[in-house]
Design a protein around this ligand. Structure first.
Ligand SMILES: [Zn+2]
Length: 260
């Protein structure tokens, strides 16, 4: 099925959430436009694209075949629709406000000094078709590292965190003025809900570290707000699994009182 949107060139808007994100957008828009698109599918109302390997670049890890990458993305989306109705509903909400796209690019990230970037949300990667009834094209970019992870990790970390977490922020027009800690706190809460719904072991080292990082670092300011204004609800953070839906409603209150 052909998509309703087109490649966006020179569509960089100011006020993009972070400089790093802006850097990726400029780099990858050009790359995608140069290489074209090898595979184009439509799955659960989500456009899927697999970009070709650039033969000029020697990869730092062995790459998955394009067909295998597409298959894993489809299965990860199936998992969300089968097991995480909260995130499936959020994806459906995004679909009602724009085109939703998952792109796999074996060239992403371009280089990997320091922390490896697994995936990214790119609000300006494609521009909407001229006759589209909306202005949004929500894009999750998955790179060569995350595509080798488990389906649950691709679903939760690659698709839900980027598309649902940051996509909802973009849909409500808050991506440009949230600070990065709050952005990551909220997106990680959606991701946590996905991991819980998918039945992963919440006590594995990976999950313990993930929870510790977003709870103690990204959500630190939010938790201080809760401590001060919703002290009786702080016990929500002692639970496992986390009651993400309730915590997100308190997060909305927290956002509402922040200065713009
Ligand atoms: Zn994020």
């Amino acid at each position: 099925m052909s998509s309703k949107f087109s490649m966006s060139l020179g569509n960089l808007r100011s006020g993009i959430a972070t400089a790093i994100l802006a850097l990726f957008i400029s780099t990858f828009v050009v790359q995608a436009a140069d290489n074209g698109v090898t595979i184009d599918e439509y799955h659960h109302g989500i456009y899927l694209k697999v970009l070709p390997v650039d033969p000029a670049v020697k990869p730092d890890i062995s790459l998955l075949e394009s067909s295998e990458a597409m298959d894993k993305i489809k299965k990860a989306i199936d998992l969300i629709y089968e097991k995480s109705s909260f995130n499936a509903d959020a994806l459906n909400l995004l679909k009602s406000r724009g085109d939703v796209v998952v792109v796999y690019d074996p060239g992403f990230p371009e280089w990997s000094r320091g922390d490896i970037i697994l995936a990214a949300f790119l609000p300006n990667f494609y521009e909407p078709a001229a006759d589209a009834p909306w202005n949004n094209v929500f894009v999750a970019m998955l790179g060569r590292y995350i595509i080798k992870h488990s389906l649950a990790e691709i679903a939760a970390e690659g698709i839900v965190h980027e598309l649902v977490g940051h996509g909802i922020q973009h849909m409500y027009g808050r991506l440009t003025h949230m600070n990065s800690l709050n952005m990551e706190c909220e997106a990680s809460l959606y991701e946590m809900q996905a991991f819980q719904d998918l039945g992963v072991d919440l006590y594995s080292d990976y999950m313990v570290n993930f929870r510790r990082e977003f709870e103690d670092f990204h959500c630190d300011d939010f938790k201080r707000f809760m401590q001060k204004h919703k002290g009786s609800l702080m016990s929500l953070w002692d639970e496992s699994p986390l009651d993400v839906k309730v915590i997100l409603t308190i997060f909305d209150e927290y956002l509402g009182q922040l200065p713009n």
